[in-house]
Write a protein that binds this ligand. Structure first.
Ligand code: SF4
Length: 97
């Protein structure tokens, strides 16, 4: 289940009782894993259980890896390696201990 799918299941009142400004922000936080679904007091127990089961099927690994890929290209790895006494080798960094 992604954020939009979860959002469609929420009350969409943007009441803020979950400490997010909008239901969409709450859905994104839940899917990211930074908020628990039960922080929305308007979800009935049966719906809460059903949505929780769907959320457990989400594999966040791909999202994390993509974030890492995007973030790491911002850095000059050779420069960083040199600054810590390491060097870039074929598929990584070699650090001498
Ligand atoms: S508490 Fe529920 S209804 Fe209120 S903003 Fe959060 S998700 Fe939306």
């Amino acid at each position: 289940m992604n954020s939009i799918e979860l959002y469609k299941e929420l009350p969409k009142t943007n009441c803020g009782q979950c400490d997010e400004r909008t239901c969409l922000a709450f859905a994104i936080s839940v899917v990211k894993g930074s908020k628990y679904l039960n922080l929305c007091p308007f979800l009935q127990e049966d719906k809460l259980q059903r949505l929780s089961r769907s959320l457990k099927k989400v594999d966040i690994t791909a999202g994390i890896l993509e974030t890492l890929r995007v973030e790491t290209v911002k850095y000059n790895i050779e420069e960083i390696a040199g600054s810590i006494g390491a060097r870039v080798v074929e598929n990584g960094i070699e650090v001498r201990c």
